[in-house]
Design a protein around this ligand. Structure first.
Ligand code: PMP
Ligand code: GLN
Length: 368
């Protein structure tokens, strides 16, 4: 869709990335470190110690009810959350292992599971709330279930796990060997005052979970490709065995810049401010589309808006996305792209991580 946007000149609300830059102090820190002699060779395999320490301190502040992670044995820097996802799957999935995946799902999960010889077992999240049906989950779990992938806040729907969801997951996994891969790259984007909660904050899940975050999302820097995984020592050791040979280490000056940003923000003002920042964008975009014929689904988190268009067109979601790019000049993602079997319920995804001017221009085109 990004290619189609480029070909057609459409405003790209398809791919998830902001059209604004990271905060100035972070850019200045990167420039400073880029000009610092001695910051240009390999970083240590698990990540710069000062960055791991800064991450551990922030995670401890934000998850005050959980024990602080040990930066030496529980935190690993990766080339985006993408590398962490692949690394965890390569570390734990063996041929024939089953991995539970909620759909719609981020596009990497299914193919990366299959590349390990694993078998994705899909559980559909029902619109409009995309909340798990835990009875359905129970029916799909077997003695071969090696891993459950959770993504909260969820791409593409924005659904957020509640304390009850975490509790149900913990209950279902109790007494099994299954692990959890908790993709929390949108962790700070939880709206309307709802509590944000990580797998790390549930004691029974913490010991079996790989928890992922992405500085790409947190600092509006998707092109920097820096993410990290927090996991208990035994799980971290397995991930690092793969990371050692996958990328080995993450860009050194970038890690220094991120360490500066975290060290200089001991109250986590940036991270804590993201919810209000993106909630305002969500609300602005929804208001701009009000009365334009779309049914806007609820967005409790993340930076995507799902919309039903059946009162505008009977087309498939792919046809409708192509029509929007070519005829209206706005690129979106058809939600069928997030299902292994192309399930199409007439929804498209808009990314609202955009400047007001971009959202306004896109809305004017969609209304035109
Ligand atoms: N998981 C989800 C749910 C995402 O939306 C993304 C961003 N595309 C990623 C993982 C990958 O994150 P990163 O850009 O840090 O590799
Ligand atoms: N997370 C982003 C999305 O869902 C994009 C990442 C990608 O293009 N692979 O749109």
């Amino acid at each position: 869709m990004t290619l189609l946007a480029q070909e057609t000149g459409a405003i790209n609300l398809a791919q998830g990335f902001p059209d604004y830059d990271p905060p100035q102090p972070l850019l200045q820190a990167l420039a400073r470190h880029a000009l610092t002699p001695g910051h240009h060779q390999y970083a240590p395999m698990p990540g710069l110690p000062r960055l791991r320490e800064a991450i551990a301190a922030q995670v401890a502040r934000l998850h005050a009810d959980a024990p602080a992670p040990d930066p030496a044995t529980e935190i690993t820097l990766t080339a985006g959350a993408t590398e962490a996802l692949y690394g965890v799957l390569a570390a734990v999935v063996r041929p024939g292992d089953e991995v539970l995946v909620f759909e719609p799902a981020y596009d990497l999960y299914g193919p990366a599971i299959r590349l390990q010889g694993g078998v994705p077992r899909y559980v559909r999240l029902p619109a409009p709330h995309f909340r798990p049906d835990w009875d359905a989950v129970r029916r799909v779990l077997t003695s071969r279930t090696r891993l459950v992938i959770v993504n909260t806040p969820h791409n593409p729907s924005g659904a957020v796990f509640t304390a009850d969801d975490w509790h149900e997951l913990a209950r279902l996994l109790d007494g099994t060997d299954a692990l959890v891969l908790s993709d929390e790259v949108y962790e700070h984007l939880v709206f309307d005052g709802a509590p944000r909660m990580s797998a790390r904050q549930h004691p029974a899940l913490r010991e079996r979970s790989f928890v992922l975050s992405s500085f790409g999302k947190t600092y509006h820097a998707t092109g920097w490709k820096v993410g990290y995984c927090v996991a208990p020592p035994a799980l971290t050791a397995e991930l690092r065995r793969v990371h050692q040979f996958l990328t080995f280490a993450v860009s050194t000056p970038t890690q220094h810049a991120l360490a500066d940003a975290l060290e200089q923000d001991p109250d986590d003002a940036h991270a804590r401010g993201l919810a209000a920042f993106y909630q305002a964008k969500r609300d602005e975009f929804r208001q701009l589309l009000d009365g334009a014929g779309y049914e806007l689904l609820p967005v409790p988190g993340g930076y995507f808006q799902l919309a039903r268009y059946d009162s505008i067109s009977p087309a498939t979601d792919l046809e409708f996305a192509q029509f929007l790019a070519r005829e209206k000049g706005v690129a979106v993602v058809p939600v069928s792209a997030f299902y292994h079997d192309g399930f199409d319920e007439g929804l498209v995804r808009f990314c609202f991580a955009k400047e007001s001017a971009t959202l306004q221009a896109a809305a004017a085109r969609l209304r035109g």
